[in-house]
Design a binder for this molecule. Structure first.
Ligand code: ADP
Ligand code: MG
Length: 602
């Protein structure tokens, strides 16, 4: 093939590959133009996920007749003229590529009535050379971009589109992102003539909060802290959800730099780091944040879709974002929580009867006072969850609440550090406390499960096919005598003949146990001793192994808050001096013993 110049349309189609990926990207480019044109009302009508039609109408300054055709030409922009402008670009667009690209891969009509003009005009791009066809039309002040049949002439692109629903979801996400960036602009969105959003321009704080609640959910707003920090020309403000409202996906994270939505590595890192002390691994924080700084010290021309930015002083920016958020999160007080009562839906667990708290005595270890727990929301189910992240989380919060009390040193002291992912080091009045964190947590979980179990929270399950067992006549009689014992433990055992028993129901927790054998053994015990502890023992064994699996494993990093929470919990838990396997959970090394190691005072 010989070298030849590409036709304008083909050149535009190639360029379109960069900015026009799918309907959502078209919507983004067109709305950004409306915003750049000073629009205060933007109507977006979408059909079939945007593939059939995207029509966006604004009330901005409009485009004069003699510039209409130019608007569709490549590298035509009204926004910058020289390199210096690019240095301090304040508009969303500046490459002059969007309309040319979109019109090369769709049937596009651009209509506009420019400010102070009487006549409205419209243009369409036609054919390979992208020449335009201009004609009069009727339009109020502002501009309408009507895009039909996206990718009709580029089947390869069209093939990459997903279902109508998925494409529309992305469009909606784009609108959301833009609507969060400009409270002063009203947005209307319809899909297939159905009304999706009707957001009126918001000026008061209350109206802004309402818009955020509408776009991000009211649970987010109920759990959000508002922040506003300004220092050395850097300004960060917005809303951050408290860590209890974390998400399993990074799907509620909006960050704007000078009004432009970005997904930037440096920013992402600063935010993650700010949350690292309070959020569990694998959970994602939720936030809507606005960051502004002198446009001259941030480069937005890094990426064609402008999602990334480059800060001149990236370290300063990182520190500022990190420390602002970190402080906002650290400032959370129980009083603040009282204003945000809605628990995060993603963390809600079924309610279960709360184990009764009794005063407890500690025999083997140094004397400890008990203190009522600040907030006990432990549920049986929670304790049995693997890793019991949620529980730990609640504990960490309790620790915050505890620290509100006068600063007397609790028996197990305050955590200083974690050693090798195994031990917690804490300081109390006598000296050093060393805690085996897995062992300690296991004990706590186990005691809780036992309490819940003992209080009748035994979930029982009728057997689909009752289990019939052959026994002696005497044993049938014993089973009848011990009916209550069995029932209390979740069993229903009935005589079904002179030498047959039917097991109709068992505790859920014993599902995998050898039930028949267990019942036989119980009956044998009762025959000999008049009573049996066997079922309870067996249940305890199972609870213990569940607790073991549900506890923090070694090598997990705990925050200081989590460690303190664990210490406070140990203080109010029975038998917390030993783990379920009988090993000690903690030990005290007194100052005197430490002094001896260093031959001090001798
Ligand atoms: P860019 O936004 O990078 O300048 P576009 O291709 O998106 O490039 O738009 C080209 C030009 O068309 C803009 O610079 C602007 O002058 C004009 N334009 C596009 N959309 C609008 C609109 N809704 N209102 C007013 N002018 C517009
Ligand atoms: Mg543009």
């Amino acid at each position: 093939m010989t070298i030849h110049v590409l036709s304008p349309r083909l050149a535009n189609q190639i360029a379109a590959g960069e900015v026009v990926e799918r309907p959502a990207s078209v919507v983004k480019e067109i709305i950004e133009n409306s915003l750049d044109a000073g629009a205060t009302d933007i109507d977006v009508d979408i059909e079939e996920g945007g593939v059939k039609r995207i029509r966006i109408r604004d009330n901005g300054q409009g485009i004069p007749k003699d510039e209409l055709s130019l608007a569709l030409a490549r590298h035509a922009t009204s926004k910058i003229t020289d390199l210096e402008d690019l240095e301090a670009v304040a508009t969303l667009g500046f490459r002059g590529e969007a309309l040319a690209s979109i019109s090369s891969v769709s049937r596009l009509t651009l209509s506009s009535l420019a400010r102070n003009q009487d006549l409205a005009w419209q243009v369409q791009a036609e054919g390979r050379d992208m020449t335009t066809d201009i004609s009069p039309t009727s339009h109020l002040q502002g501009t309408t971009v009507d895009v039909r049949d996206l990718f009709f002439n580029t089947p390869a692109r069209r093939k990459f589109l997903r279902t109508e629903k998925t494409e529309f979801n992305r469009v909606e996400e784009v609108i959301k992102r833009l609507a969060l960036s400009r409270f002063d602009v009203g947005f209307n969105l319809t899909h297939n003539q159905r009304n999706i959003y009707q957001l009126r321009a918001a000026s008061s704080e209350q109206e802004k909060a309402r818009r955020i609640a509408e776009l991000c959910g009211s649970a987010f707003m109920d759990n959000a802290l508002s922040i506003d920090v300004e220092r050395e020309g850097l300004h960060l403000w917005g809303w951050v959800a408290q860590p209890t409202f974390s998400r399993s996906q990074a799907d509620l994270q909006y960050f704007y730099v000078n009004g432009r939505a970005i997904r930037d590595k440096l920013v992402g890192h600063a935010v993650r780091q700010a949350f690292s002390d309070v959020l569990y691994h694998g959970r994602h924080p939720a936030f809507v944040l606005y960051f502004s700084l002198d446009p001259a010290i941030v480069d937005v021309n890094v990426h064609p879709t402008k999602h990334e930015v480059r800060f001149r002083d990236h370290r300063q920016v990182h520190n500022f974002i990190y420390s602002s958020l970190h402080h906002a999160l650290a400032d959370v007080r129980p009083e603040a929580k009282a204003h945000a009562p809605t628990p995060a839906p993603s963390l809600s667990t079924p309610a279960a009867p709360e184990p009764q708290q009794q005063p407890m005595r500690f025999s083997s270890q140094p004397p400890m006072q008990t203190r009522p727990q600040v907030r006990e929301s432990m549920a049986f189910y929670e304790a049995s969850q693997p890793l019991s992240e949620h529980r730990l989380h609640a504990l960490a919060e309790d620790a915050v609440a505890v620290s509100e009390e006068p600063p007397e040193v609790p028996p197990l002291g305050f955590a200083i550090a974690q050693l090798k992912g195994i031990y917690i080091l804490a300081e109390n009045t006598q000296g050093l406390i060393i805690v085996d964190m897995h062992a300690a947590h296991e004990r706590i979980v186990y005691e809780r499960m036992k309490t819940a179990f003992a209080q009748g929270a035994i979930a029982a399950q009728p057997l689909l096919v009752p289990l019939s067992i052959a026994v002696s006549q005497k044993e049938v009689g014993l089973a009848q005598e011990q009916e209550e014992l069995f029932n209390h433990l979740g069993f229903v055992v009935e005589p079904a003949g002179p030498e047959t028993l039917l097991i109709r129901q068992i505790p859920v927790i014993l599902q995998k146990a050898k039930v028949e054998q267990l019942v036989r053994d119980v009956l044998a015990d009762v025959a000999v001793h008049g009573t049996s502890e066997r079922i309870r023992q067996h249940i305890n064994e199972i609870l213990a192994s569940m607790a073991c699996h549900g506890s923090v494993r070694a090598n997990r990093q705990l925050s200081i808050n989590e460690m303190n929470a664990l210490l406070r919990d140990m203080e109010v838990t029975e038998r917390s001096g030993q783990c379920n396997h009988g090993r000690p959970t903690w030990t005290q090394v007194s100052l005197g013993e430490l002094d001896k190691l260093f031959l001090r005072g001798q």
